[in-house]
Design a protein around this ligand. Structure first.
Ligand code: HEC
Ligand code: HEC
Length: 238
């Protein structure tokens, strides 16, 4: 996981970014045919197309525009149902984030899949999936305006060593809702989480990939150092 995250540094210098920008649009065009091959990563668990049914995973017909956890009769994880209730609808950028790292979007998702590391694979699978949606929103062939959310964090953010004493001080703002003893009654427990998962989840709220408005606001106010401090504190809590 860490190797995967650190292998992707996406902070090009501004000059480079401006220079490269005109080519980005072409790169972003997903290739549905190439997506057929990427689909082999999915087909052990998912079906798509005429007559597709749900198995280990829900069938993926009409996935664009479908509410997360929204397929009648499928036994989803609590996390995916919660995100669906928060208003998460599968658009291009949400699917992109989920397929890049399922746990960053939904910590306790039951989809045990490491994620598609390269953007090319994700563009291709999204173009492939889109063929089976009547109402394709944010089509991959359009310019990549929807992809403003990067959930793969730069290594320097993940490398910040959190100050757990400072974390304890900040945590008073969190423990009005999150039970310090790790109890999970409606509000998920955040105690004893691996620091990296905690940091990734907080940044997913910060960039609004995760839809919960209160947590978006909480995370939006915190600096990278403060998030690291909180992660360190909650991991070590007795
Ligand atoms: C090991 C089995 C497995 C693999 C491999 C897998 N998935 Fe899943 N997928 C699941 C399960 C199980 C769920 C339901 C997750 C939950 O309830 O948290 C799911 C959920 C989803 C959802 C959300 C559906 C909904 O109704 O909200 C999408 C989209 C999805 N998978 C796409 C993919 C794609 C695309 C691939 C391949 C790149 C893939 N999955 C690979 C098992 C898998
Ligand atoms: C007003 C209540 C409230 C406060 C205050 C609050 N949270 Fe949350 N938090 C929630 C709820 C509700 C969720 C579930 C959100 C969702 O469904 O995405 C959540 C989710 C989370 C998650 C993701 C959990 C998971 O299982 O994916 C983390 C991490 C988190 N909060 C950390 C914090 C931190 C750190 C603070 C303090 C800076 C904080 N929260 C303050 C209510 C709160």
């Amino acid at each position: 996981m860490l190797a995967f995250l650190t292998s992707q540094i996406r902070m090009p210098a501004l000059a480079a970014l401006l220079f490269v920008a005109p080519q980005l649009a072409a790169e972003d065009i997903g290739d549905a045919k190439a997506g057929t091959e990427v689909w082999e990563h999915c087909s052990a668990c998912h079906q798509i197309g005429q007559g597709a049914t749900s198995g280990i995973g829900p069938h993926l017909n009409g996935i664009f525009g479908r509410a997360a956890g929204g397929l009648e009769g499928f036994d989803y994880s609590k996390g995916l149902i919660r995100e669906g209730n928060n208003g998460l609808v599968w658009s291009l950028d949400k699917l992109d984030a989920y397929l890049e790292n399922p746990k960053a979007l939904v910590s306790d998702t039951r989809m045990s899949f490491d994620g598609l590391e390269t953007k090319k694979e994700r563009d291709d699978i999204l173009a492939f999936l889109r063929q089976f949606s009547d109402n394709p929103q944010n089509i991959p062939e359009a310019p990549p305006t929807a992809r403003t959310h990067e959930i793969v964090l730069p290594p320097e953010v993940l490398a910040i060593v959190g100050d757990s004493e400072y974390g304890e001080y900040l945590a008073s703002e969190c423990t009005t809702c999150h039970q310090i003893d790790g109890a999970n009654e409606g509000i998920p427990s955040i105690t004893h989480w691996p620091q990296e998962d905690f940091v990734v989840a907080m940044h997913a709220y910060k960039v609004k990939v995760r839809p919960h408005p209160v947590m978006q606001m909480m995370a939006g106010r915190l600096t990278d150092e403060e998030i690291a401090a909180l992660a360190a504190y909650f991991e070590k809590l007795e």
